[in-house]
Structure formats: structure tokens, C-alpha cells
Design a protein. Structure first.
Length: 163
């Protein structure tokens, strides 16, 4: 049975697709792609069916990641099939925990940057949407930095499932 991770931001066109693409690569590099499923969604449905923001795609592809993506809205019913829901900022964290049908589901929600020891107390990935390319590049740096710690945590869970 696969371990399922879903990254969530506001509209699912900037931060969460970036995190999904980076983490999917980390999972594949670790040889866990047959045991870990990675996707993303938004707290809102404004961009449902759209591709990722062109700036997200450009930053991802410039760094060797896949930029293909279709936005969708997170549904509370998904908690039942997900093992980990990764919020990109504290607003998403609160929204997702409110959506959670049970306390166990709410406990599945974590902040991405909580997996980056260098993040300190600043655990939000800022929304780059209203800024320039530098915001998207900074977002990618934050996502990459947190992905190593997240991979270690997921690997521990996956190996625990196999035991």
C-alpha cells in the first residue's frame, strides 16, 4: 500500500505544484516512487483545471523539474486516503485542520518548512503570486531545503509500514 502525500496551498498554481514536483523527484531519487504517491491541491477552487502559473513552470523547468500540472481543490473526503497533508503556510494549515473530519485527520496536516531545521520559527513559504520571478526562485529554494527532511520523515514511515 502506497504512502500518500498531498501538498496544499491557496490556488494550487504556485507553491503546492512546486513542492509536488520537487518532492516527486526526491522520492524517485530515493527509489521510493513505487511506494510513495505525491500530489497537490488548493484550499480554493479558483484555478481548478488550470496549469501551474507560467513563472512556477519556468522556475521548475530551469532547475530540471517537471512543470506539468493541473490545479484542483482539496476535498475533506481525501483525508481518508492520505497519510500526510503538507501545508505551505499557517493559513493553509488552519484551513486544512478545520476541514479535517476527525482529530486523527487534523493530525495528518503539517507545515512544509517544519521539515527544514534551518527555517527556525519562520515556517511559512511566502506566496510569490503577486511578485516577480525572485519570489518564485525563493519559493523553490525553501521547498528544496525542506524536501530533504520531509523525505527522511516519509522514508521512516514507509519503512515502518513494510515492517
Amino acid at each position: 500500500m502506497a504512502y500518500r502525500v498531498c501538498f496544499v496551498c491557496t490556488g494550487n498554481i504556485c507553491r503546492s505544484p512546486m513542492a509536488e514536483s520537487v518532492f516527486r523527484d526526491r522520492v524517485a531519487e530515493a527509489g521510493l516512487d513505487d511506494r510513495v504517491e505525491v500530489d497537490s491541491a488548493g484550499t480554493g477552487g479558483w484555478h481548478e483545471g488550470d496549469g501551474a502559473d507560467p513563472r512556477t513552470v519556468a522556475v521548475l523547468e530551469e532547475s530540471g523539474y517537471d512543470g506539468a500540472h493541473t490545479a484542483r481543490q482539496f476535498r475533506p473526503s481525501w483525508f481518508a486516503r492520505l497519510d500526510l497533508v503538507v501545508a505551505l503556510d499557517t493559513g493553509h494549515l488552519k484551513a486544512l485542520r478545520r476541514l479535517a473530519p476527525t482529530p486523527e485527520d487534523a493530525a495528518k496536516v503539517r507545515l512544509l518548512r517544519s521539515y527544514d531545521p534551518a527555517a527556525g520559527d519562520d515556517l511559512d513559504v511566502p506566496d510569490p503570486y503577486y511578485g516577480g520571478m525572485d519570489g518564485f526562485e525563493e519559493c523553490l529554494e525553501m521547498v528544496e531545503a525542506a524536501s530533504e527532511g520531509l523525505l527522511a520523515a516519509v522514508r521512516e514511515q514507509v519503512e515502518g509500514q513494510a515492517a
